[in-house]
Design a protein around this ligand. Structure first.
Ligand SMILES: *Cc1c(COP(=O)(O)O)cnc(C)c1O
Length: 410
């Protein structure tokens, strides 16, 4: 008899041994009290402050978003009733795709069940439709893009992260008539650094390549209407395909691509990850549309988020904590050790009521383990001061290095 369970137990044991086994905190978010939540700890429920949510602007709890979801569920029910091929497209989904095409000033948009799926099936389908396509991929691209590239079966060349000289070398070496697709992100979520979008578009133009840009960590937060870094940098019209999520700054669920009408129609017609899976529920579509529409005209959330981020970076930096510098809303604090990173997160939660998920390998390279803090418009000054005190306490207890220069300048 084969003991099948043994294989799973072994796989888990090796993760534990490599210190890569993940444990999730059981959290209950409280609508209207963002960023507060209840942590269902082993000892019972406790109030905590969440500092690592990717509901970056708290839109998941915005009254307009909740209102649209409830109103639509009351009128249309919960689910979509299946795939769009079988059951038709629900009306709020049509409206959502129009909203997204308008957000990015593109001819069309197509919604998928997640940002992950939009990259995986969008990139693989797009590349397969181009004969003998060569894909040029940034070395720090997200797993969903890497999977999409792999599934396309196309040849791939990886360029060093944000290195346009290396990208140009690869483009220059390729056959001029060969279709080429450059795949990259605008904001890389672990370091919070930004791609040189215009410079990459210049190269794409010079060498006749297409561009596919993941704006998952930027939509809603950058640009005059929340169209992302490409909007902010005046490059939206130069990028061929913009991909985004409805699950982070827009606070709901789902992913999408936006581009020219024929390109989007071809992906709609050929992508298995679109065709063979059920559509997003109407209440989710209506809620996402409400979030996008709100953020097209309201700059309050964006400005307030940037203000909070600047304050958090300044206070943690002045306390000598090793804050990695960048120009975005992501605040990485380097730990550089997987066990200490997990322990730091545990201490923060258990002793300070602060939730910050540890980020370890394989999400980031070994030796660069970190805490990743994402201040929102709703984190107040008292919470920020408590965060700094808690981190200093944890740093001292775990004997983690402080930034001496910052302390000397005090
Ligand atoms: C989170 C993430 C995705 C996936 O989006 P979901 O909507 O959460 O599936 C895609 N790309 C990047 C860079 C991400 O961080």
């Amino acid at each position: 008899m084969i003991n099948y369970n043994l294989y799973f137990a072994d796989a888990l044991a090796s993760l534990r041994q490599e210190r890569r086994y993940r444990v999730f905190a059981d959290l209950e978010r409280i609508a209207g009290r963002f960023p507060r939540a209840i942590w269902h700890s082993p000892a019972g429920p406790r109030d905590v402050v969440v500092w690592c949510s990717n509901d970056y602007l708290g839109m998941g709890q915005h009254p307009k978003v909740i209102g649209a979801m409830i109103e639509t569920a009351t009128r249309m029910g919960a689910g979509a009733g299946g795939t769009r091929n079988i059951s038709g497209t629900n009306h709020p989904l049509v409206g959502l795709e129009r909203e997204l095409a308008d957000l990015h000033r593109k001819e069309a948009a197509l919604v998928f069940t997640s940002g992950y799926v939009s990259n995986e099936t969008g990139i693989s389908t797009l590349a397969r439709l181009l004969p003998n396509c060569l894909i040029l991929s940034d070395s720090l691209n997200h797993n969903s893009m890497i999977e999409g590239i792999r599934q396309s079966g196309c040849e791939k060349k990886v360029f060093r992260h944000n290195d346009i000289l290396h990208l140009e070398e690869l483009l220059w070496a390729a056959e001029p008539q060969r279709p080429k697709l450059i795949v990259f992100e605008s904001i890389y979520s672990m370091d919070g650094d930004i791609a040189p979008i215009n410079a990459i578009c210049d190269l794409a133009k010079r060498y006749g390549a297409m561009t596919y840009l993941d704006e998952v960590h930027a939509v809603g937060m950058y640009g005059q209407r929340g169209g992302g870094v490409a909007e902010r940098d005046g490059a939206m019209g130069r990028v061929d395909v913009i991909e985004g999520t409805l699950a982070k700054a827009f606070g709901c669920l789902g992913g999408y691509i936006a581009g020219k009408a024929e390109l989007v129609d071809a992906i709609r017609s050929y992508a298995p990850g679109f065709i063979f899976t059920s559509a997003l529920p109407p209440p989710v579509c209506a809620a996402a549309s409400a979030a996008i529409r709100h953020l097209k005209t309201s700059n309050w959330e964006r400005e307030r988020q940037q203000d909070r981020v600047a304050r958090v970076k300044a206070i943690l930096g002045a306390a000598g904590l090793p804050v990695a510098a960048n120009d975005t809303h992501i605040v990485p604090i380097l730990v550089g050790d997987p066990d200490k990173c997990t322990m730091a997160s545990d201490f923060l939660l258990e002793e300070h009521g602060i939730y910050i998920q540890p980020i370890n390998y394989p999400t980031v390279p070994k030796g660069t383990e970190r805490l990743r803090i994402t201040p929102s418009p709703y984190h107040d000054e008292a919470q920020t001061d408590l965060l700094a005190e808690a981190l200093v306490d944890v740093w001292q207890r775990l004997d983690l290095p402080f930034n001496e220069r910052a302390l000397a300048a005090e």
